[in-house]
Design a binder for this molecule. Sequence first.
Ligand code: FUL
Length: 474
Amino acid sequence: MKYLKTIPVFLLIFFYWRLQAQTDLPKPTKAQLAWHDMEFYLFMHFGPNTFTDLEWGHGNEKEEVFNPTNLDCEQWCRIAKASGAKGIIITAKHHDGFCLWPSKFSKHTVRESKWKDGKGDVLKELSDACKKYGLKFGVYISPWDRNHPDYGTEKYNDVFVNMMEEIFANYGPVWELWWDGANGEGPNGKRQAYDWKRFERTVREISPNTVVFSDIGPDVRWVGNEQGFAGKTNWNTLDTAGFTRGAGSPLMDTLNSGNVHGNNWIPAECDVSIRPGWFYHKAEDSKVKTPEELFELYLKSVGRGANLLLNVPPDGRGLITEYDSSALVGFARLKQKNFEQNLSKTGRGFFTNFSDKRYTPYLTDENSKTFEIDSLHFQQTMGVEFAKPVNINCIILKENIENGQCAKSFLLILMNSNTGLSKEIRGTTIGNKRVLTFPETETNKILLIIGSQKWLTQISEIQNYLIDEKLIEK
Ligand code: FUL
């Protein structure tokens, strides 16, 4: 009898302890959670380099070199839409310091160019077009400036803050702000000591919903390479204490995979160009990535729980070329065609606990907000079963990350009652989305077993597809 009374107390302590563990997990902010949903968007590198055939302008280019003959930001937006991208981030100012808007804090801007007699404003045209087409608008602004006379002095920190304020006030809402880590010498041969704290404070005060990207966040981190792939193990958490942006950032491997016990929610974004360079070069027209290559990038970025920021540079006319647009449209078709039929919809999701089994709509309803929670004992599994065997070569898992990222390892078992054989697929993290591809397999029951986890994993989707064999990840 006496033991019976102590059991509830133990239970209470146990539950309190576990509750504590959950609340301790780093979690995304509302803005970050919405960012995860964006998955894929375009980057546009545009500026004097487009006309001088350079990647890094020197900063002394004459303003008149910037002269697009036929700029049409609505064309950019139409192509972005057709590609399935949900937003556009533009290089408002690259390392050469040229501003694509008539900034009051520089004399090296569209205003000093001959384009539209100095009355043009790319940020205005693009932010308006994005609003019209329902795309998010993001701004890349390089802290490194090879033109500004104040660069290398404390005054430049004021300039940078003023420019950001100007952008938020005149072209907002700015959904993502991109701080490039490159930091070289300015026109006076001096390097700048950036006042990052002040820069962050400025954004938070004026535009609290903007997500800020840099090597180490605060909101989104660099994935550690410019080839467009995230780690197969990809934690949305990162330790930043002791690290700085640029040369002082964590190792590339760490940025690629995050830190399992990282203190901050700073998910990875994969920036990669559709061409070899970031800016437009005619010589690269024949080197645009194919739709299949773009699909592979998608698997290695979004399919590993990161976001994909794909650079598509407009040319000297101010238009996206047909080479890039046809690759993008081809990519959208591949995605649409291959992910058209989620075979899980023809099966039934289930959840087992000890010997109990119940059916659940949540794993197959294509709704990220509904999920099943993994409990902590080993007899527990969830999965999808089919009345008749299906052939699949792709599984998409989704974890509800609202309360933190939990799964550290998982095992998928694809059973086949016809042959009595089964296939095992092992993986580590799941995160927002994990796309797994493998040789075609017949199965009538798929089991998902979470091996180890930080806390109770919430699985919102187990989707199954039969995609074109050529698209299977190499
Ligand atoms: C780098 C820059 O130096 C490249 O020019 C490009 O803008 C890329 C996205 O980031 O750090």
